[in-house]
Design a protein around this ligand. Structure first.
Ligand SMILES: Nc1ncnc2c1ncn2[C@@H]1O[C@H](COP(=O)(O)OP(=O)(O)OP(=O)(O)O)[C@@H](O)[C@H]1O
Ligand SMILES: N[C@@H](CCO)C(=O)O
Length: 825
């Protein structure tokens, strides 16, 4: 029996950037940053809505009948002659109000679209054109350039004709992103318009008309090099500059750092730059220049929203009562809480306070639409009262957001004052130095078992050493081997010690002078998966899960089984039958997992496990689980620390389900933001040619998501429809990365080099060296650049593929002559 949903409507409305320089009151672009509004029938007085605003950005918004969203909602009911219901409104505000990103347009459009959806059930809905006219009326009747893109999405050219709005939407080029700098101060649109002159000279008007024409054509024809000139304006920016004197310098800094063009966004105070690469450098340049002028602010890198405002559906699988009753005792988690009485099972609030506090500090943001969720939600229909979130309601994958808090170090006791001063220092490099010191001190204290404490064990783990940046879990809940601390082998022609002839062969084969291989196969269960699994199983432990599950090509299942066994949980793994290397299967079964072999490929197993976990209340630990990705970030932090925080030029790694790229890319980005490093490495993702959906998308500038029927000898990356596509795409775009493909023959040739060097790896890992070899030969990676390659799994995982089965092995009689005869052959 599924529960009935309450009468409600939920709308997502995108941010917009109006004007785009010369298109004053007539051009606007929708952006992938959203305010989310839900309206539920309830309350007493239709004219006095109950308004709840979530998120600190909305703290100053009106809460009563004069709230703009409510006014728009009520206006449409009035226009249609329908009685207004009493409602409760909830707003999740992600767009800073009054900062030139169309927050007021989201309120107007959101209110109208929500009302229209409500009226649809009464057959009183109006057309989109009518909604637009009404929206412009509500925005003082004179500028449609925010509300039109908020409703329609994309790039919109719009004007008023005889009191009616005319709007034409064109798709915005996928290759371009908007880099937005938002100062801490708002600029009121009405006040800003008051500064504009009543008339303009012909020179100024033709200056602008020519540039609008140029801008639209340049965007349409991909002639981005003229955007800088085309985004100039003489109709509003020069007048608004008096409210924001640093504006021109910041715009110039963005262009100097690689943006095609930049301008004031809407009525300000945000500035928008357009670029196809170097996003973080551009943002950093804008922030630094602003700071030089005494202006602080926040930065965002956003894609264009191509859809406009939309009514949200609720497709999430609901747990059927009979199923949770049937399986609840066997699988479901019972939240970690003081006292284990069943009476406490129905509420999130029954978690022990330290876990409840941790969870409330974490938000999950949708990679596709930016919607925010708590990591677990209370749901009375579930047997336990708790439901973890793995996906957004739009279907997108979720990313953990957590504010980082610098811990106080033992070595700094007694100097509390200077600690606080440093902590608040505006000098970013000083803060970076503090973080480095925290991690370096932890790395230098290996545990001594006789006096070991949990904390020392955590410091020694190559994941939990960075816990403030991953998951600041209370120590007693952490499930750790400990993992990480994997070797970083110097194998380049220059940086490999002369005597290590075998290792040097690797650098010679790649054609690289400064080359390192980080062997993640040296983790406890033999693959990089342990990094994510320690974080994922720790989260399962905090939630009191009794069963965990995943779909796997082998490494994930072995790792899950090992960590679940340590935590005393049941593990269930879904494997593509006949497609898992023997070593991995043996490990998984030895650790005690229930193995479900699917007659299908990994992608089929993945689909199934998600359904099963949702239905049966089992905690899902595929990389769809955002905490797994957080743990895997530690690969990035650890390799940076091993290089004394000198970021390499390139990171090369095999690409299958794309969780690793997502995680390491995120780690690099965060390390850069914390000033742990001063440059973000470029990432080269290497796919097997027979399992290359990401490569195919990349070849089409990511205009289309591709999936394939996968085939490759590298079974760990034999994936045709990668779960972390959206996350990985964002990483590749943000770091100016590339995606390449290598054939199975190239993979096996590279594997032989790595194996014969004495290091050894599983077939998928060798894609890294095969990729390096190819990219250096093609001149993409320069011979003298500093490169780190990731080996993902241990040689013993697959003891058949690419391993000589007969050569070098013979049975001889047990005497010297027989051995001599054999060796001189
Ligand atoms: N979610 C909301 N609910 C209700 N009112 C809102 C909401 N968001 C914005 N507003 C109203 O809109 C005002 C800001 O409008 P303003 O036009 O100055 O800025 P903007 O829309 O953010 O920027 P721009 O129009 O330049 O892109 C807020 O002060 C508030 O009154
Ligand atoms: N075109 C408008 C956009 C702000 O809403 C202006 O510049 O005032």
């Amino acid at each position: 029996m599924a529960l009935a949903l309450p009468a409600s409507v939920e709308v997502l409305a995108p941010a917009t950037s109006a004007n785009l320089g010369p298109g004053f009151d007539s051009l606007g672009l929708a952006l992938q940053l959203y305010n989310r509004f839900s309206v539920v029938e309830g309350g007493v007085d239709p004219l006095l809505p109950e308004i709840e605003v979530l998120g600190p950005l909305g703290s100053g918004l009106e809460r009563g009948a004069d709230n703009l969203f409510f006014r728009a909602f009520a206006t449409l009911f009035e226009r249609q002659g329908e009685p207004l219901p009493a409602v409760r409104i909830r707003m999740q505000i992600h767009i800073p109000p009054g900062c030139g990103l169309g927050s007021s347009a989201t309120a107007v459009i959101g209110g109208l679209v929500a009302a229209n959806e409500w009226l649809r059930k009464r057959e009183k809905a109006v057309s989109r054109d009518d909604l637009l006219d009404l929206a412009v009326e509500m925005e003082a009747g004179n500028h449609p350039d925010n509300v039109a893109p908020a409703l329609l999405g994309g790039l919109v050219a719009t004007t008023m004709m005889n009191g009616k709005v005319h709007a034409i939407k064109t798709p915005f080029p996928e290759a371009l992103k908007a880099i937005i700098f938002t100062p801490t101060f708002p600029m009121d649109t009405v006040a800003g318009r008051g500064l504009l002159p009543a008339s303009y000279t012909r020179t100024d008007v033709t200056f602008n008309t020519g540039r609008v024409a140029l801008l639209l054509s340049a965007l349409q024809m991909g002639k981005y090099e003229v955007i800088g000139e085309a985004m100039q304006d003489r109709l509003h920016q020069p007048y608004r500059q008096t409210l924001f004197p640093a504006m021109d310098s910041i715009i110039q800094a963005a262009k100097n750092a690689g943006a095609y063009g930049a301008c004031l966004s809407g009525g300000g105070s945000s500035l928008i730059a357009l670029a196809s690469t170097r996003f973080s450098e551009i943002l950093r340049a804008m922030q630094l220049t602003a700071r030089e002028h005494g202006v602080e602010g926040t930065g965002r890198v956003l894609r264009a929203d191509q859809n406009g405002a939309r009514v949200l559906q609720t497709p999430r699988t609901r747990i059927r009562k009979e199923d949770s009753a049937r399986y609840g005792d066997q699988f479901c988690w019972s939240p970690a809480r003081p006292g284990a009485g069943k009476e406490n099972m129905q509420s999130h609030a029954t978690l022990v306070p330290e876990i409840a506090a941790l969870l409330s500090a974490i938000q999950l943001r949708c990679v596709e639409c930016s919607a925010l969720y708590p990591p677990v939600e209370a749901q009375s229909s579930s047997a336990t009262g708790l439901v973890p979130r793995y996906r957004c309601e739009c279907g997108g994958v979720l990313d953990v957001e957590l504010e980082f808090t610098l811990p106080k170090q033992v070595g700094m006791q007694g100097d509390e004052e200077s600690w606080h001063l440093m902590e608040r220092a505006s000098n970013a490099s000083a803060v970076g130095a503090l973080w480095r010191q925290v991690f370096d001190e932890r790395a230098s204290s290996p545990p001594i078992w006789s006096i070991s404490t949990d904390k020392l064990l955590l410091d020694y783990s190559g994941v939990w050493r960075y816990r403030e940046l991953i998951l600041p879990a209370p120590e007693r809940y952490v499930i750790t081997r400990p993992e990480g601390n994997t070797n970083l082998y110097p194998v380049g022609m220059e940086n490999c010690p002369v005597g290590r002839i075998g290792h040097r062969q690797i650098g010679t084969y790649a054609g690289l002078e400064l080359f390192f291989l980080k062997h993640e196969g040296e983790n406890p269960s033999g693959s990089f998966k342990d990094r994510g699994m320690t974080a994922g199983v720790t989260m399962a432990n905090m939630l009191g899960a009794s069963a965990v599950a995943c779909a796997s090509t082998g490494n994930t299942s072995a790792s899950l089984a090992a960590y679940a066994a340590q935590a005393g949980m049941r593990s269930i793994v879904f494997l593509p039958a006949g497609n898992v290397a023997a070593g991995k299967l043996a490990q998984t079964m030895a650790y005690g997992a229930t193995t479900v072999q699917i007659e299908g490929d990994f992608d089929a197993a993945m689909q199934l496990v998600e359904q099963v976990c949702n239905e049966l209340g089992i905690y899902l630990l595929n990389s769809l689980n955002p905490f797994r990705v957080e743990g895997q970030k530690a690969i990035g932090f650890e390799l940076l620390q091993q290089l004394d925080w000198q970021a390499p030029d390139w990171l090369i790694l095999p690409a299958g389900n794309l969780g690793n790229i997502s995680a390491i890319g995120k780690a690099f980005r965060q390390a850069y933001d914390l000033s742990l490093i001063t440059q973000i490495p470029r990432i080269a993702a290497i796919q097997a040619a027979g399992a290359n959906p990401f490569y195919q998308s990349y070849q089409q500038q990511f205009q289309k998501r591709v999936s394939v029927k996968a085939y490759t000898v590298a079974s760990a990356i034999k994936i045709g429809n990668p779960v972390s596509y959206a996350r990985a795409r964002a990483v590749i775009e943000a770091c100016d990365g590339i995606v390449a493909q290598v054939t199975d023959e190239e993979i096996l040739a590279a594997k032989e080099i790595i194996d014969r060097s004495g290091i050894g790896c599983e077939p998928a890992s060798a894609a890294t060296l095969a990729g390096a070899h190819k990219l250096v030969a093609e001149g993409v990676i320069k011979r003298d650049e500093r490169v780190v390659g990731i080996l993902t799994g241990n040689l013993l995982k697959d003891n058949v593929t690419g391993i000589p089965q007969q050569r070098n092995s013979a049975v001889v009689k047990p005497n010297l002559d027989a051995v001599r005869a054999m060796l001189v052959q």
